[in-house]
Ligand binder design. Structure first.
Ligand code: NAD
Length: 489
């Protein structure tokens, strides 16, 4: 690969570490900071600002002060800014990918892919900014006229997780800015660096002060959650765990605050006996090991029709065992660490429970000793349906294989989850693909395909996987209010 990570010291030396509020970089109250660590080594990378509640309020004040002018700006101006951001991000691809590798440990090729994916949102919403829908029409009375327009909802709080520290932020910032909303960005404390760098990039593009603000903190419940009670805040867009999403929804209910919730998943990966098994195994490898399994779209339950279940499990185990586990900065490695020790302990607990209840380990099955938070790529065959691993989000490189007997049972098993983000269906029978694709309770379905995310498509789930969509024309609607003007001629 000709593109290589940049020297860590150079990239870390240039990354913003302070809060960005009202167009200025400033320290947190009391100059408090916290360390961001490299999950591949456990060692500290840099210290960033650790905001206090007053800092978060100041960021929201700045967003509120900037809202009127930004919301009234020409859509073409907002489009031009997002186009410039897209170009700048692609020009800085190596710098951003290096930051992502340092703070998450993910493989270099995946970090590069994440930068491209993030830039795709900036580009897509640059194009959408000038296409906001509206209508003018005659009312049924004949003399009446109706004008329906879209207006920005107002200042937004954008809360992101650590697993895609750049793309999850870009996926929110781009449609919000395109719609004319000002924002307060709150990246995850485990991986705030790419988000800080993105805000730095935007700030360098003559963005009016206060349009984009960023707050980093180790105490989100005390520092950021109170913003949901502030009347100045008009919307919260959250990506993270279902537990925190539920809590934020409860707080948002008080102020009848608009919300978008991209929450956890438990994706079924359904393989019928008539599927192209070579293809299904390769796609399963992607659906399971992308981001080391730390993806909301990760295949969590591999549901395989009984006649091919053993062969599928063995072939997947052989492919997973070939993965070279190590830090993303080592280009020879293609499976990175988990984010922290807590994540390793959780994955290990799920594997132990499955094995204790009768599952067979075909490869892996435990943590990898040494520095960093590594877990061996693991395939479990014959997993009992009651095992915890079938019902909980694994968020690690572990494939749990469950056999089924017919199409109806496959659908029942696929739907036996509180989650409904994404499902994958593999079969050569087109009618069955569509039947099962329509019957599974999921916001997204990959038919013979595991890589489904696209800036042009609506990403999001049903049931406990969330509310709302990100991406596509649907994504900008989350940041727009419908307004109706009536008059008689
Ligand atoms: P998390 O819920 O612990 O944290 C997510 C973000 O919320 C972080 O920035 C965190 O600091 C913040 N936060 C936590 N408590 C808060 C509070 N009380 N008030 C305000 N902010 C608060 O999730 P995580 O561990 O960072 O991310 C992993 C989860 O995210 C998984 O469940 C995964 O499925 C989900 N996820 C979903 C999608 C999707 O699009 N559906 C995408 C990526 C990740």
């Amino acid at each position: 690969m000709s593109e290589r990570p940049l020297p860590a010291a150079e990239v870390l030396g240039a990354v913003p570490r302070r809060l960005h509020v009202g167009g200025l970089w400033r320290d947190a109250e009391g100059c408090r900071t916290f360390a961001v660590t490299d999950p591949a080594t456990g060692s500290a990378l840099v210290e960033v600002a650790d905001a206090a509640p007053g800092d978060a309020r100041a960021a929201l004040d700045a967003a509120r002060a900037a809202q009127r002018a930004w919301g009234g700006s020409a859509p073409a101006e907002r489009a031009a800014l997002l186009r410039a951001a897209d170009a700048a991000l692609r020009a800085e691809r190596l710098r951003f990918a290096t930051l992502i590798v340092l703070e998450t440990g993910k493989p270099w090729s995946e970090a590069l892919g994440e930068v491209d994916y993030a830039a795709d949102y900036l580009r897509w919403y640059a194009e959408e900014a000038v296409r906001l829908p509206g209508r003018y029409g005659q009312a049924p009375t004949g003399s009446g006229r109706m004008i329906v327009t879209r207006a920005p909802v107002g200042p937004c709080l954008l809360i992101a997780p650590w697993n895609f520290p750049l793309a999850m932020v870009a996926r929110k910032v781009a449609p919000a800015l395109a719609a004319g909303c000002t924002v307060v960005v709150k990246p995850a404390e485990q991986a705030p660096l790419a988000a800080l760098a993105l805000v730095g990039l935007l700030a360098g593009l003559d963005l009016p002060a206060g349009v984009v603000n960023i707050v980093t903190t180790t105490a989100p419940a005390q520092v950021v959650e109170p913003l949901l009670r502030e009347p100045a805040l008009r919307k919260v867009s959250f990506t993270g765990s279902t537990a925190v999403g539920r809590r934020l929804l409860a707080v948002a209910a008080d102020g009848v605050l608009r919300t978008s919730m991209e929450l956890g998943g438990n994706a079924p990966f359904v393989v019928f006996a008539d599927a192209d098994l070579d293809h299904a195994v390769e796609q399963a490898l992607y659906a399971k090991l992308r981001n080391g399994g730390e993806a909301c779209t990760a295949a969590n339950r591999m549901l395989v029709e009984r006649p091919v279940a053993r062969e599928f499990a063995e072939r997947l185990a052989a492919r997973m065992a070939q993965r070279r586990v190590g830090p993303g900065s080592d280009l020879a490695c293609d499976l990175g660490p988990l984010i922290d020790e807590r994540a390793v302990a959780k994955v290990d607990g799920l594997v132990a429970d499955a094995v204790a209840s009768g599952a067979e380990v075909l490869t892996g099955g435990g943590r990898i000793d040494g520095p960093g938070h590594f877990y061996a790529p693991t395939v479990l065959a014959d997993v009992p349906r009651a095992a915890r691993i079938v019902h909980e989000e694994i968020f690690g490189p572990v494939a749990a294989i469950v056999a089924f007997d017919d199409e109806q049972e496959a659908v029942e098993l696929a739907n036996a989850s509180e989650y409904g983000l994404v499902a994958y269906v593999f079969t050569r029978d087109l009618g069955r693909a569509l039947r099962v694709g329509e019957a599974v309770e999921a916001g997204m379905v990959g038919l013979n395909k595991a890589a489904i995310a696209s800036a042009a498509a609506p990403f999001g789930g049903v049931k406990a996987s969330g509310l709302g969509r990100e991406g596509g024309p649907e994504g900008i609607e989350e940041y727009l209010e419908t307004r109706y003007l009536a008059f008689d001629v």
